[in-house]
Ligand binder design. Structure first.
Ligand SMILES: C[S@@+](CC[C@H](N)C(=O)[O-])C[C@H]1O[C@@H](n2cnc3c(N)ncnc32)[C@H](O)[C@@H]1O
Length: 262
């Protein structure tokens, strides 16, 4: 299976994305405690695994899994001084990890890529101990909440979403996880909606670079939905102009769903 966001710039983009948010209060609010055995499913370059490892301390353990060798190597380097962190190449839908071996299973920005994310959720339940927590942080319409939005950009945004969806990517997975958690038998399912970004006016260079990298990486996958690569690139340019417009509001939320394994 290929990861549609793959590009040489992807690790850098993920790090900037992770650094932008202080995730610690959310991790604690969803039950992460010192000493916990944690799974970071789809850990990417390990930015959040590092935070998780600091929070659980040396008496805890963080296992980061990902299917990208390059990002695992980066995560291993990043956490070299944290003996409680280890990284393994695994598919999050079939980890091969023992039953009930984690107290807290975390996954962020990964289920959006999987058309069969329910298989990943079932696997999260299997590896989490009874009474342990499964917590998934996901996008919900990222990039779609902008105002004012010219008509051609509105149409383009729909094509963009369709192009992603043709590759199994779900821009609106965040809102679907509450039902998904209940279906796999998790109990006490709670949902937190937190800001992912709010840009009122001209976006800064970091934000623009994030979108440029994303658009570049997605060109092969999403251009067909626009009929041609030229049309896709015109849409990207218009979107970037909208991001730099001082009169436009852009915002996005993360939907964080938590549940307890019965
Ligand atoms: C957008 S990154 C998120 C990284 C990290 N969770 C974060 O919040 O910064 C998505 C990661 O999921 C990984 N990934 C995608 N599908 C996967 C799968 N089926 N099994 C394991 N890793 C997967 C990719 O290799 C990539 O590193």
């Amino acid at each position: 299976m290929t990861y549609i966001m793959e590009s040489s710039e992807e690790s850098r983009r993920l790090q900037l994305q992770a650094q932008a948010d202080d995730i610690r209060p959310l991790l604690r609010a969803t039950g992460l405690v010192r000493g916990a055995r944690v799974l970071d499913a789809g850990c990417g370059p390990g930015e959040i695994s590092q935070t998780l490892a600091h929070l659980v301390g040396v008496e805890g353990r963080v296992t980061g899994i990902d299917m990208s060798e390059a990002r695992l190597a980066e995560a291993t380097r990043r956490c070299a001084d944290l003996p409680q962190a280890r990284f393994l190449r695994r598919d999050i839908r079939d980890t091969g990890l023992p039953d009930a071996s984690f107290d807290y299973t975390w996954s962020q920005y990964v289920l959006e890529y999987l058309s069969d994310w329910d298989a990943a959720l079932a696997e999260f339940v299997r590896v989490t101990r009874p009474g342990g927590r499964v917590v998934v942080s996901e996008i919900d319409g990222q990039g779609m909440n902008n105002w004012p939005l010219p008509k051609e950009l509105e149409d383009g945004a729909q094509r963009f979403a369709q192009g992603l969806s043709a590759h199994g990517f779900d821009l609106f997975v965040g809102r679907k996880l509450f039902q998904g958690f209940r279906k796999v038998g998790l109990r006490d399912v709670r949902v937190h909606v937190v800001p992912q970004y709010v840009v009122a006016g001209t976006a800064d260079e970091r934000f623009m670079a994030d979108w440029r990298t994303r658009f570049e990486a997605l060109a092969p996958a999403v251009s067909p939905a626009f009929g041609s690569e030229v049309a896709y690139r015109e849409f990207c340019q218009a979107y970037l102009r909208m991001l730099s417009d001082p009169d436009t509001l852009k915002y996005s939320v993360l939907v964080v769903t938590e549940g307890v394994r019965a």
